[in-house]
Design a protein around this ligand. Structure first.
Ligand SMILES: Cc1ncc(COP(=O)(O)O)c(C=O)c1O
Length: 376
């Protein structure tokens, strides 16, 4: 969709990368690191100052002790951290439980590592403003003695769901019962709205030794192109993740690891400002999309709005996304890309709001041309 957006000069609300500047302090830290000649390979599993910063940040925020020497692997973005994790823990024939709609990579990650994904539905809110939920019996039925892991993403892309403590506890009980590992992608941990709180799976009783927490600087510091992410895992699993990571990429860019350590030292006010600026953007895009005729599922976290497009009367989400990009000039992601069975997402379209006010304003003026095709 980004390519199509460029081709048609469309406002790009498809891919989740900010079009505004990263914090000046961390850009300066990246330049300094290069000038100070931090330009050679870092230790393959991550430069010590960054591992120390990650461990200290996680322990301070969530009260979970983390040993940088034994539990952290720095990777090329959370994308690589997830792939290295899956290849480290999964054997062919294992099953991995994945909620859907899902972030596009999880299905392929499971398949590339030889696992069979077992999908569990996140059900759309029954009323406007409600939360996405899952059926506990359906989840329980997805687990068996073949289950090696479950992938959880909270705050969630694409739905904006923030899993509650009770939901995570229910998942934790299943992991404990079936001796499965929780792999949690917490990349949007600081982007929360309406009083939602982020509960890391590793902070729940008995879960630290069976949870792998994936994160990165991409979203928190608006630097998706830096490609610095990490996995926090129990020591026995870390050894395997580090080996896979070494053979996949050797290491993330050394100067950007140094700058990422500086990013993690930003004051608490940075995180408050991040969340409040995203709240304003969420409210702006909710208004724009609602005025244009979309049914919107208001997110509690992350920076996407999932919408329903049935009202527009198009045959499917891909046809509608093409119309939007070529005739209206706005790009969004077809809902079917978030489901293993594409028919499930045929009436859905996802928009992102990690964009400047000017970008959202331009989208508003273009979307005002959109016609709802009401039945005659
Ligand atoms: C849920 C989720 N995980 C991971 C990623 C990729 O993150 P990274 O840039 O750290 O590889 C994204 C990017 O959109 C995402 O939405």
């Amino acid at each position: 969709m980004t390519r199509l957006a460029q081709q048609h000069g469309a406002v790009n609300l498809s891919q989740g990368y900010p079009d505004f500047a990263a914090p000046a302090e961390i850009k300066a830290a990246a330049c300094d690191a290069i000038q100070q000649d931090i330009n050679q390979y870092a230790v393959t599993w991550g430069a010590k100052p960054l591992r120390e910063a990650i461990a200290a940040d996680f322990s301070r925020r969530y009260g979970v002790p983390v040993k940088e020497s034994e539990q952290i692997t720095v990777c090329c973005g959370s994308t690589e951290a997830m792939m290295a994790t899956m290849m480290a823990i999964v054997d062919p024939g294992d099953e991995v439980v994945v909620f859907e709609p899902f972030y596009e990579n999880y299905g392929p990650d499971a398949i590339l590592s030889g696992a069979t994904p077992r999908f569990v539905q996140l059900r759309e809110p029954a009323r406007p403003g409600g939360d996405w939920t899952f059926d506990h019996d359906e989840l329980a039925a997805a687990f068996s003695n073949k289950t090696r892991a479950i992938i959880i993403n909270t705050p969630n892309n694409p739905t904006g769901k923030v899993f509650t403590r009770e939901e995570l506890q229910a998942i934790a009980r299943l992991c404990q019962h079936w001796n499965a590992i929780a792999v949690t992608d917490e990349i949007y941990e600081h982007i929360l709205y309406d009083g939602a709180t982020h509960v890391p799976m590793a902070s729940l009783d008995g879960m630290a030794d069976r949870t792998i927490t994936i994160n990165s600087v991409s979203k928190t510091f608006s630097v998706t192109g830096w490609r610095v992410g990490w996995a926090i895992a129990p020591p026995d699993i870390t050894g395997a993740i580090r080996k896979v990571h070494d053979f996949l990429t050797v290491g993330a860019a050394a100067p950007l690891q140094a700058a990422s350590a500086a990013a993690l030292a930003l004051p608490a006010s940075y995180y408050r400002e991040l969340a409040s600026s995203y709240l304003a953007r969420r409210n702006r895009l909710m208004g724009i999309l609602t005025d244009a005729g979309f049914t919107c599922y208001e997110p509690r976290g992350a920076y996407y709005i999932m919408t329903d497009i049935a009202e527009f009367g198009f045959p499917d989400d891909v046809a509608f996304a093409r119309h939007l990009v070529t005739d209206i000039g706005v790009a969004a992601v077809p809902g079917s890309s978030f489901f293993h069975n594409p028919t499930a997402g045929r009436t859905k379209l996802r928009f992102t709001f990690c964009k400047k006010d000017e970008t959202l304003n331009a989208a508003a003026s273009r979307l005002s041309k959109l016609q709802v095709k009401r039945p005659a």
